[in-house]
Design a protein around this ligand. Structure first.
Ligand code: DQA
Length: 144
């Protein structure tokens, strides 16, 4: 199973951005962990990050042909980018939405996700471990 792990805007600042909320580790640390967890689970991960909405849309287009499943954390785009929702809609494999922080327990505007209804699962507020949970969910779906 090929899983694209797509991190969006400002996630490159992990470790420098509100570490109490998002953790001390860098994006590189996160990706290193994702690759190690994926190896253990017997799935193939590919991590990508961008601060450009159009590039994120292109990651989603590329996934149509190159990925079997997706883990997405679009950062703040989660809350307002209908372009990202539209780009995700044609993807037929399972998608898990991950947020490091508990977006349901923060500001009102973070409680809405444009991805609602398009995802097989959602993991929020578990920090980097949320990506492990998402990989496990997808690996289970792949075995089913
Ligand atoms: C985030 C939550 C978003 O509300 C925020 O804009 C982010 C990170 C998270 O992983 O907790 O950039 O997606």
């Amino acid at each position: 199973m090929r899983i694209d792990v797509l991190n969006g805007v400002n996630l490159d600042l992990l470790g420098r951005r509100d570490p109490a909320r998002y953790g001390e580790g860098s994006l590189q640390d996160l990706e290193t962990q994702v690759y190690a967890w994926a190896r253990k689970l017997g799935v193939q991960a590919r991590c990508r990050q961008t601060n450009h909405e159009g590039e994120y849309v292109e990651f989603l287009h590329a996934a149509l042909d190159n990925a079997d499943a997706l883990i997405v954390n679009p950062g703040a785009w989660t809350h307002y980018s209908w372009a990202i929702r539209d780009a995700l809609e044609p993807f037929s494999g399972p998608v898990v939405e991950v947020h490091l922080s508990d977006i349901d327990a923060r500001e009102e505007w973070r409680r809405h996700s444009v991805l609602e209804g398009l995802t097989a699962g959602r993991v929020v507020g578990e920090g980097v471990d949320g990506y492990r949970r998402a990989l496990e969910l997808l690996a289970e779906l792949g075995d089913a």
